[in-house]
Ligand binder design. Structure first.
Ligand code: ADP
Ligand code: NI
Length: 216
């Protein structure tokens, strides 16, 4: 058996060095929250905590927004893992999770393993609730999108390109993605947390419109 702690510590240093200055809501503290949630869910669901932790630490290092291409981002992670004292199976499992877990406008197939389901749930839970509201306005500001524009209706369905590049608003993003996330949660442990966070966020959006219309 290989030693786990040095690998986890090294993955943390690697993720920090890549994401420390990110302004898109994928900063180090997002990673930190996803790791802690993934560990909690792994414990509750009886999954491999090491795999969940390392995959959660590295899940955004390969994000296409932060790399020249998805392949380039994945290569960066694969090269890094190749230098670590882990088994080939573990390396393959971690790479599989990272390469298939992103939202991609809902276009990706379901996660194949319990560990993948857990890391994806932990990432999605960070996009539902009070912190998610903050991240969404931060991201909209970074993109130059307004908080709301009543002339721009939320888009019903869109391709991954439209999702990534189209003109939108912070409030529309709640309808286009965030309020749909609770129905795509994999595990029952995460489902319970998602339900409660969802109610809070839905209430916020409703309240936003009431204030916008001068009714509250
Ligand atoms: P993932 O990394 O899970 O595939 P994204 O990178 O698309 O998801 O989004 C991460 C977070 O950034 C979202 O949960 C949301 O808070 C924010 N975000 C992403 N796209 C937008 C957008 N168009 N408008 C506002 N916020 C966004
Ligand atoms: Ni993430």
């Amino acid at each position: 058996m290989f030693e786990r702690k040095p690998v986890v510590d090294a993955a943390e240093r690697f993720a920090r060095s890549v994401l420390e200055n990110d302004r898109t809501g994928h900063d180090w503290w997002h990673i930190n929250r996803v790791v802690r949630m993934a560990e909690r869910l792994a414990r509750e669901e009886g999954a491999d905590i090491f795999i969940c932790t390392v995959a959660a630490l590295l899940h955004d290092v390969a994000d296409e927004k932060l790399n020249e291409s998805k392949e380039g981002g994945l290569r960066k992670v694969r090269d890094w893992l190749a230098g670590q004292p882990i088994s080939e199976d573990e390396c393959r499992h971690i790479m599989e999770i990272i390469s298939t877990m992103s939202y991609n406008a809902g276009a990706n197939p379901p996660m194949a393993t319990l560990e993948g389901k857990i890391v994806q749930d932990a990432d999605r839970l960070d996009a539902i609730g009070a912190i998610a509201i903050g991240r969404t306005f931060l991201y909209a500001g970074w993109k130059g999108h307004p908080i709301h524009d009543p002339r721009l209706a939320p888009r019903d369905s869109m391709s991954p390109e439209e999702y990534r590049l189209g003109k939108s608003t912070a409030i529309n993003h709640f309808h286009e993605k965030l309020l749909k996330l609770k129905d795509s949660i994999n595990t029952s442990s995460a489902g319970r947390i998602a339900e409660e966070r969802h109610r809070y966020m839905a209430h916020y959006v409703e309240r936003f419109y009431r204030e916008w219309d001068g009714e509250a």
